[in-house]
Write a protein that binds this ligand. Structure first.
Ligand code: ADP
Ligand code: ADP
Length: 224
């Protein structure tokens, strides 16, 4: 298993946000954490991202305690609900950001940026200003930026929730296709049943900080 979450508990003062969660994600698998707002999904994702330290338990990546893996060796990509693009850079500048950080030279950057924009359905958008793009286009840029350096694990926190229903459904289908074609290992946080069932190989249902069940979409309890 690429990622193993073993008995992880995260507390904020007296509040237990995540309680004794065990979970694993295999190479190439897309796992969705599904549950209502406030059930601890984001906290668990943030712990995997190394932004939150578990009070109990451990998170293992490639068999090593995550705390012992330097941040630059984790090779994680992150996408949040609101994209968090760099507003003063154009589309290419945003997508190339992670490549520059990894020392990819300029020629290679341009090729990879063009390839990624094609992949997310924004071919030719290199010189567009991100502030002039629609919400859906901005999320596509955020995905391209996260995927550009070939992350070994993509962490998606409600990546489609800021979009309207029709666009969300379309982008969920596109994203599912994109993840399968690129063989990306991903952990997705969502409160949206349809999104989880469209995107994930397995769904982990959370409630009040606990994991209720984990299984393939067909096996997991569905709200009527
Ligand atoms: P979800 O992602 O499922 O909506 P969260 O992980 O964001 O849930 O939150 C789980 C619980 O932890 C909630 O009760 C929330 O208010 C609380 N919480 C989240 N982040 C913090 C924080 N930084 N400080 C204090 N409480 C927090
Ligand atoms: P430092 O003390 O230099 O910040 P740490 O080793 O405490 O370094 O933590 C490095 C990063 O890894 C921090 O962002 C921390 O939140 C995160 N971290 C530490 N231990 C764990 C763990 N067991 N699981 C997940 N993340 C962790």
């Amino acid at each position: 298993m690429a990622l193993q979450v073993n008995g992880v508990t995260v507390r904020y003062g007296g509040l237990t946000a995540v309680s004794g969660v065990d979970l694993s994600v295999a190479d190439g698998e897309v796992l969705a954490l599904l549950g209502p707002s406030g059930c601890g999904k984001s906290t668990l994702l943030r712990a995997v991202a190394g932004l939150e330290r578990p009070d109990e338990g451990e998170i293992r990546w490639d068999g090593r305690d995550l705390a012992d893996v330097p941040v630059h060796r984790r090779e994680f990509g992150l996408v949040f609900q609101d994209g968090q693009l760099f507003p003063h850079r154009d589309v290419a500048g945003n997508v190339a950001f992670g490549l520059r950080m990894r020392g990819v030279e300029r020629g290679g950057q341009a090729d990879r940026v063009a390839e990624l924009l094609e992949l997310v359905g924004l071919a030719g958008y290199e010189r567009r200003r991100v502030t002039e793009l629609s919400g859906g286009e901005q999320q596509r840029v955020a995905l391209a930026r996260a995927l550009a350096p070939h992350p070994r694990l993509l962490l998606l926190d409600e990546p489609l929730s800021a979009l309207d229903r029709a666009l969300r459904d379309q982008l969920a289908v596109d994203l599912a296709d994109l993840l399968r074609r690129t063989g990306t290992t991903a952990l997705l946080v969502t409160h949206d049943h349809d999104e989880a069932f469209t995107l994930a190989d397995r769904v982990a249902v959370m409630s009040a900080g606990r994991l209720l069940q984990v299984g393939r979409p067909a096996e997991v309890w569905r709200r009527p």
